[in-house]
Design a binder for this molecule. Structure first.
Ligand SMILES: C[S@@+](CC[C@H](N)C(=O)[O-])C[C@H]1O[C@@H](n2cnc3c(N)ncnc32)[C@H](O)[C@@H]1O
Length: 362
């Protein structure tokens, strides 16, 4: 009932997506030899959606540069001629909505293969290479968007505050850019799964440089405040896809009512801890796999307000709308998010839900 009010006419299709089998992406493991596996995936008609988006960004930046230098003008005026208003409108849209901004950069080192829209082929399980490392990790491809939004730069100190079971930690390592990576999760048994993923996918010398802890993320400030360039806050949430399908551990179960009601408060506290762990000028990406504005935009708004009033910290919420343009071939985005971006499940592209929002500690 709640989501039908929020998503209106989109809800029946989102609901159908949630009730059907989800789609996976295969995050390639850069620590393995990859020639063979990329060939194999491409033969199956899967493509690396990250490199496709990079190419798209480069093309649009190239044509923006052309526009600045005046080249290409002639061909465009020929295109305009005779097609009147429709072309003009398309052009206005090109500039306002379709071109990613000049600063839009995404890490091209992360490679994730997905099958095209409407293709529901399943990936076969990953295989180990000669050193015993698995060649890809199957995950909801939309889970990579918060990592791409974080845009880790060489030698960045990175904190993954709620890291287990570790899909996003693994993606952060695939950038090859983390100067230091701290991966934390309050749950000891889930942290064991994180260790297992690192063991299965990451060579020993790199694995040893990741510091894995099991602290309550809300206390992080006491452990290392203001020291990170990039912080990922991938909070516990109502995990909507799991909640509509699974009985076990369901957050909507009566006995978990209190815990569910307290989620936005926990999320806010974790986001505040993430903000305080960031250096001035550093970035925080907040993410959930819920459709709920109470767990998404509202948490952002409250955190920005508290940072300002209680800690005298200014926060700038970054515009990520270029993600919609770059990744629209792979994901269905909600176009009415007040802050951040939301991937909606859809039968032809059944990823998500995934909400992500990027903050800069000014
Ligand atoms: C959405 S999951 C994280 C998924 C993970 N980032 C990944 O990509 O695999 C949320 C995690 O938050 C952890 N968590 C819950 N409360 C926490 C707290 N107070 N401090 C740190 N982690 C917490 C849960 O144990 C859970 O593993």
């Amino acid at each position: 009932m709640n989501y039908s009010l929020q998503l209106k006419e989109l809800w029946p299709s989102v609901r159908a997506g949630l009730l059907c089998e989800r789609k996976y992406g295969a995050l390639l493991n850069n620590f393995c030899p990859l020639d063979h596996i990329t060939q194999e995936l491409e033969l199956l008609n899967a493509t690396d959606f990250v490199s496709e988006a990079c190419k798209k960004a480069q093309r649009s930046q190239g044509s923006a540069a052309e526009e600045e230098t005046g080249t290409g003008e002639e061909s465009r005026s020929q295109e305009r001629f005779g097609e009147g208003r429709i072309v003009m409108q398309a052009e206005m849209m090109t500039q306002a909505e379709m071109s990613p901004p000049r600063h839009a950069s995404i890490s091209s080192k992360i490679k994730c293969y997905t099958f095209p829209r409407g293709d529901i082929t399943r990936f076969r399980p990953a295989r180990p290479d000669i050193l015993g490392l698995l060649n890809y990790y199957l995950m909801d491809a939309a889970s990579l968007l918060p990592v791409l939004a974080l845009n880790v730069q060489p030698d960045d100190f990175v904190l993954d505050l709620c890291a287990a079971p570790g899909g996003k930690t693994l993606a952060l390592l695939q950038t090859g850019a983390c100067g230091h990576l701290a991966a934390n999760d309050v749950s000891i048994c889930r942290t064991k799964r994180l260790h297992q993923i690192l063991y299965n996918y990451v060579p020993t010398e790199i694995r040893k440089a990741v510091s894995v802890t099991s602290c309550d993320g809300r206390d992080w400030e006491q452990l290392g405040g203001g020291t990170f360039h990039k912080v990922l806050v991938d909070v516990p949430c109502t995990t909507d896809r799991h909640s509509v399908m699974e009985e076990e551990n369901n957050i909507f179960h009566k006995r978990r009512t209190k815990e569910r009601q307290m989620l936005p408060m926990l999320q806010l506290q974790l986001l505040m801890a993430g903000i305080l762990a960031t250096k001035p000028g550093g970035k925080v990406v907040y993410s959930t796999c819920s459709l709920s504005p109470l767990q998404n935009e509202h948490v952002i708004e409250r955190a920005v307000e508290i940072a300002e009033t209680q800690f005298n910290i200014s926060i700038h919420v970054e515009d990520l709308s270029h993600f919609r343009t770059l990744f629209q071939d792979t994901f269905s985005f909600f176009s009415d998010c007040r802050l951040g971006e939301l991937v909606l499940p859809h039968l032809t592209a059944n990823f998500g839900p995934m909400y992500f929002c990027k903050l800069c500690r000014v």
